[in-house]
Design a protein around this ligand. Structure first.
Ligand code: PGA
Length: 250
């Protein structure tokens, strides 16, 4: 366990200029805190800018928002793991709910992406989470377990390299957040899933995502089951992001 992760998912915002402006301000106020990493998932065109600006800081990382599983070839519009790595990425989001629900990405495609990332030594951050209907039907665990199935063939040492982000779809960009206790319950379920496959409980990193804001982040990361947060909207606001990353813990 490497401490808390505060991850920013910038989605389809901030090109190289916006990323530079954002990071110039962020780096002047954030000099690092013990047991804490800050990760950025910028647009593909801003990846190189971000990695260049953070390159000498071991507590800061950059990753791609999406990758393709093939190593190269005629895949217009796609980004291979090797290309992301060349731009400085050391991680990538996989299976974000927008990839699953807007672009129709399947568990099988998610599985291939995880495999391609691990093969090249990048950290997959696998996003899982249920929709409102699934939650109301009491299917949260079934859905999360099915999504974790993308990892079925990996052994314990490999599973430890994967970071999970539990992001209930109903909480993303809606202003509705899971209560810390609700999130912790699903995190506990995910941790047990890893435990059954030989991964020690403290070796799995599970982040919560969905409407994380400066005023709710502290109660979330204070839960021992929650190892950090994946933040969309509030990570684009320099003041909110500074507050979130400086969250102070007892
Ligand atoms: P949100 O997005 O913080 O705007 O809800 C989270 C995410 O999509 O990763």
């Amino acid at each position: 366990m490497t401490g808390l992760i505060f991850a920013a998912n910038w989605k389809m915002h901030l090109g190289p200029n916006g990323a530079r402006q954002f990071l110039d301000a962020f780096l002047s106020s954030y000099s690092g805190l013990p047991d804490r990493e800050v990760w950025f998932f910028p647009s593909a065109v801003a990846l190189d800018t971000v990695t260049t600006l953070i390159h000498n800081r071991s507590d800061l990382k950059a990753g791609a928002q999406n990758v393709h599983w093939e190593p190269k070839g005629a895949f217009t519009g796609e980004l291979s793991v090797a290309l992301a790595r060349e731009a400085g990425a050391s991680a990538a989001l996989v299976g974000h709910s927008e990839r699953r629900h807007v672009f129709g990405e399947t568990d099988e495609e998610t599985d291939r992406k995880v495999r391609a990332l691990l093969q090249e030594g990048l950290t997959p951050m696998l996003c899982v989470g249920e929709t409102t209907d699934q939650r109301e039907a009491g299917e949260t665990r079934v859905v999360v377990e099915r999504q974790l199935g993308a990892l079925h063939s990996h052994d314990a040492p490999t599973l430890q390299k994967i970071v999970i982000a539990y992001e209930p779809v109903w909480a993303i960009g809606t202003g509705k957040t899971a209560t810390p206790a609700d999130a912790a319950e699903v995190h506990g379920f995910i941790r047990r899933w890893f435990g059954e496959r030989g991964v020690p409980a403290d070796a799995v990193r599970i982040l919560y995502g969905g409407s994380v804001k400066p005023d709710n982040v502290r109660s979330l990361v204070s839960e021992s089951q929650i190892d950090g947060v994946l933040v969309g909207g509030a990570s684009l606001d320099p003041e909110a992001w500074a507050e979130i990353t400086h969250t102070d813990l007892d």
